[in-house]
Ligand binder design. Structure first.
Ligand code: SRM
Ligand code: SF4
Length: 555
């Protein structure tokens, strides 16, 4: 390839001319500028790094004629969200030494650091590398962190499944050594092998990001239909164990472009374990070839399926797969489990799921809190940590005689148990939004506690306090906390208003629909009140709010 189509976006040229994701990053990282812009800023994303500025001080700084407060966000890919204790301790130290003192668990079981300075990027990459972690490929136009139900990673799960998220990460991570040269080992060594890239990426990689989830067939905690590709373990009576595969989901929308929309994935086929890599390669090749490289807002794979029709899209995959695709099984998704509280694992060990508000692991002002508690647990016990797709953390493989130790540490640090949580708080999600996210139109994470109590109070006042209500909030329609499939989705519209979406649900098999535009957060209880009253009076026994809403209010 010598050049690219003139209609393609500038990002396509950045990728093509980058020498497999190097560009000028080495010198741009090393120079005295506090930030990184242009082609390097785009390439940086493939290395898991976003150039940001603190938006809280943006206005006052520009009024004072000062430069912005430049900071970086670094996302660490953690396949299936599984971490050993030494890895958790390394993340904890990075948060203290190189970031803003917090560890942000993401809705894709990864970890983000905020407030990182440019000079901290290389030390961070080296520290991650020393503990077998990396930010490389956590962002960018590649296969992103693969999410996986934690139950498929704990003792008792099938051996073949336990390794799946790691296997996908290893197999589909870009092959270029650019990250290690630029961030970890310094300049490209003379002896380094010539670079190449996987054929399914080529030199311009994918048109956009690509997300894979491995779901538990018994519960949908990973929102499998919101993914570009979902693998649901299944057994075929003729071909044996494998996966029912769904493709072409995605939730992002853009106000500026009405032809962008959320879409749930459709069933594609059944493949065995032996076949799954080839199928993923075929889907990636289809996306690589047919994805829209002229408009990044419409470049996700879901739009190929939506534009071509699913059968046409399926046919394209089939051609690249080289053989006829089997018919998929009918989909039956079950309510998401939040994995919180104490659980017995099949090997006799215990697991404790702890709620992390908006995924932010931090301490209070007096130095106590979840971050200190988790550090102490990691220093004291030999356990595993599992991040969930609900931004929570599970401490796994706890020996039964260590339960008291864990409970004592949590109590000392004022970490609340699941029984102390209100039902709205228990499952509420929010994206980071302000002050770090450049795309945020409104607050999310910082206003979540307030929104949770407004809604919980409203439920309590209606005698519905014991019912579950799934609430998800984002600062813009990109949908990072997956509000598009929530029972109540609150999506930033302007600085002080939000669009309210209703009717998704715990199975994750239905898109919420727009109920009311431009609602102020203080007015949310009033907006929900008549619907909650009807849910109470007209709802069936045990009927969830989302199910009630689509059965009665907006059929
Ligand atoms: Fe996201 C962009 C945060 C999960 C859809 N997302 C961003 C950026 C990087 C903002 C940016 O482009 O400048 C946000 C970082 C802000 C910050 O300051 O930290 C960001 N997304 C997040 C996280 C941290 C939210 C969270 O509360 O945990 C999640 C990190 C996931 C990870 O570990 O890889 C996160 N983002 C999601 C999800 C949910 C999911 O994957 O299950 C979605 C919807 C599903 C989907 O992809 O369709 C999502 N994020 C987006 C989009 C819209 C993409 C599109 O199709 O148009 C953007 C915008 C973009 O890519 O340009 C975006
Ligand atoms: Fe930023 Fe929007 Fe994602 Fe929130 S939903 S993190 S505001 S891109």
């Amino acid at each position: 390839m010598t050049g690219i189509d003139a209609s393609y976006t500038v990002e396509e040229e950045f990728k093509r001319s980058s020498d497999f994701l190097r560009g000028d990053l080495s010198s741009d990282i090393a120079n005295d500028e506090p930030s990184i812009a242009g082609a390097s800023e785009h390439l940086l994303k493939f290395h898991g790094i976003y150039a940001q500025d603190n938006r809280d001080v943006r206005r006052e700084r520009s009024l004072a004629g000062e430069s912005l407060e430049y900071i970086f966000m670094v996302r660490v890919a953690i396949p299936g969200g599984k971490l050993a204790t030494d890895q958790w301790l390394a993340l904890d130290k990075i948060a203290e030494d190189l970031a803003d003192g917090t560890i942000r668990l993401t809705t894709r079981q990864a970890v983000q650091f905020h407030g990182v300075l440019k000079g901290g990027l290389r030390p961070m990459a080296s520290e991650l590398d020393a503990h077998l972690m990396t930010s490389f490929g956590a962002c960018g136009d590649v296969v992103r962190n693969t999410v996986m139900c934690p139950d498929l990673l704990t003792p008792g799960a099938s051996d073949r499944l336990v390794v799946m998220a790691d296997h996908i990460a290893r197999t589909f991570k870009p092959a270029t050594r650019a990250h290690w040269e630029i961030f970890v080992n310094g300049e490209k060594g003379a002896s380094s092998e010539p670079d190449s890239e996987h054929s399914f990426y080529g030199e311009t990689y994918l048109p956009r990001k690509f997300k894979i989830a491995i779901a538990n067939p018994r519960e949908n905690c990973v929102d499998v239909l919101a993914q570009d590709m979902g693998l649901i373990p299944a057994t075929h009576e003729e071909f044996g164990e494998g996966f029912n595969v769904v493709v072409a989901g995605g939730l992002g929308r853009s106000y500026a472009q009405p032809d962008t929309f959320a879409r749930l994935a459709d069933p594609l086929t059944f493949v065995t374990y032996a076949e799954v890599d080839d199928l993923i390669r075929a889907v990636l090749a289809t996306y690589r070839d047919l994805g829209d490289r002229t408009n990044r807002r419409r470049a996700r794979m879901k739009y190929i399926a939506a534009d071509a029709g699913f059968e046409g899209f399926r046919h394209e995959i089939e051609e690249r797969y080289g053989q006829k695709l089997r018919e998929p099984f009918a989909l039956e998704l079950a309510d998401a489990d939040d994995h919180l509280g104490w659980r017995d694992l099949s090997d006799g060990s215990l697991q404790l799921g702890i709620r992390v508000g908006a995924g932010r692991v931090c301490d209070g002002p007096e130095g106590r809190g979840l971050r200190s508690a988790l550090r102490e647990i990691a220093q004291t016990l030999h356990v595993n940590f599992l991040i969930t797709a609900q931004q929570d953390i599970l401490i796994s493989s706890i020996s039964p005689d260590e339960r008291d130790v864990v409970e004592r540490i949590l109590a000392v640090h004022d970490v609340r148990g699941v029984e102390q949580l209100g039902n709205v708080e228990r499952s509420a999600l929010a994206c980071p939004a302000l002050p770090t996210c450049s795309q945020a139109l409104a607050e999310a994470e910082r206003r979540l506690p307030n929104v949770v109590s407004l809604v919980q109070d409203e439920l309590d006042a209606n005698g519905l306090g014991k019912r579950r209500l799934q609430l998800r909030m984002t600062g813009c329609p990109n949908g990072c906390a997956r509000p598009a499939v929530a029972e109540v989705g609150i999506v930033g519209r302007t600085k002080n208003t939000y669009d309210v979406f209703l009717g998704g649900g715990l199975r994750g098999d239905r898109l919420a629909s727009l109920y009311q535009e431009k609602v102020k957060l203080d007015d949310l209880p009033e907006v929900l009140r008549p619907l909650l009253e009807r849910w109470k009076n007209e709802g069936l026994e045990e009927e969830s709010f989302g199910d009630f809403y689509v059965r009665v209010v907006a059929p």
